[in-house]
Design a protein around this ligand. Sequence first.
Ligand SMILES: Cc1cc2nc3c(=O)[nH]c(=O)nc-3n(C[C@H](O)[C@H](O)[C@H](O)COP(=O)(O)OP(=O)(O)OC[C@H]3O[C@@H](n4cnc5c(N)ncnc54)[C@H](O)[C@@H]3O)c2cc1C
Length: 343
Amino acid sequence: MKVETQVDLTSSLTFHVPAFASHYVEVEKDDDIREALRYAQNNNLEILILGGGSNMLFHNDFEGLVIKMNSKGVDVSSDDGRRLEVVVEAGEDWHEFVLKSLANGWGGLENLALIPGCVGASPMQNIGAYGVELKDVFSWLEAIEIKTGQLKRFNLKECKLGYRESVFKSELKGEWIIVRVAYNLDRESPLRTSYGAIEDEISEINKIDLTHLDVAKAVIKIRNSKLPNPDVIGNAGSFFKNPIVKKEDFNKLKAVYPEIPNYPIDGEVVKLAAGWLIDTSGWRGHDRGTHGVHEHQALVLVNNGGATGKELWALAEDIMQSVKEKYNIQLEPEVNQISIGKS
Ligand SMILES: Cc1cc2nc3c(=O)[nH]c(=O)nc-3n(C[C@H](O)[C@H](O)[C@H](O)COP(=O)(O)OP(=O)(O)OC[C@H]3O[C@@H](n4cnc5c(N)ncnc54)[C@H](O)[C@@H]3O)c2cc1C
């Protein structure tokens, strides 16, 4: 295990903001992680886990040990000819795993194609897109406890996967390192095409027997046309979560803004579109030179080049305040804020 010091993380972060790690190590095996944890303990260092760096905004350099997950491996643990359980190491690239599963004829992940990042982070916020969430295919995960180095298996219930949430982002925040995730896949799983633009895209494919791969291709095409490519323009996807509000608060808003997009979750709460709230507060295309709000996607903050994490956060705060003033709704960031308030 080789711990490096003063490592520039900029190119490892899809926001491309300047950020150094005072200590940095890449790990491939569970025992590498345990060794890294001992190193951090002996040197009194805080720990930060890094996957693909696509859901983080660094406000400052990180004084501590960054552990970069580089473990690889995809194993079928059970297979009845139709359904199978696939166990994947945390450092595998998510989209490559999706493509690999589709090439093998395994269905279930096609709507989650092209989400950046690593497998280990997929349960962190229960990644979701185009009507599917990770929890729909999740079987279990194994994680190492930072305090003790012990390995524990968590089932679906224990992970508390919710909308862009998990137990690892709330009660157990900063306590566990996810080392592998098991997914339930199905060669004959139904195609989920009713969401958003998938239906339109699919109708253009002149084919009777659609496959999981066809759905993935449609999703990839839609995503490429809608979202800025982080290799070209720094961003971390949706910066804010869609707010979930009480039905009575929603009814008050609807009386003033009848056109407000809404997605009832149950009889008591309604999910609103953060993008619409930000757009109608006048922020889409907002330009601060080095950074701003994407011209087509009000939910996406962009680093045009040269912006710092603090500058992007100042913009996020202005947006949150403006939406609060107009709609009395407090937006919450979806992106993880790192080294916030430190200098
Ligand atoms: C263009 C773009 C589009 C996106 N679209 C979507 C989308 O459609 N749906 C969606 O849900 N998300 C989306 N995202 C957000 C992001 O891709 C996902 O949240 C992804 O799962 C993050 O993976 P990562 O490996 O990059 O995580 P990182 O950014 O490296 O880490 C995210 C958080 O998880 C922690 N973490 C990472 N790995 C581990 C681990 N193994 N154990 C414990 N903690 C860990 C980190 O410390 C950090 O707090 C998008 C991002 C971009 C840039």
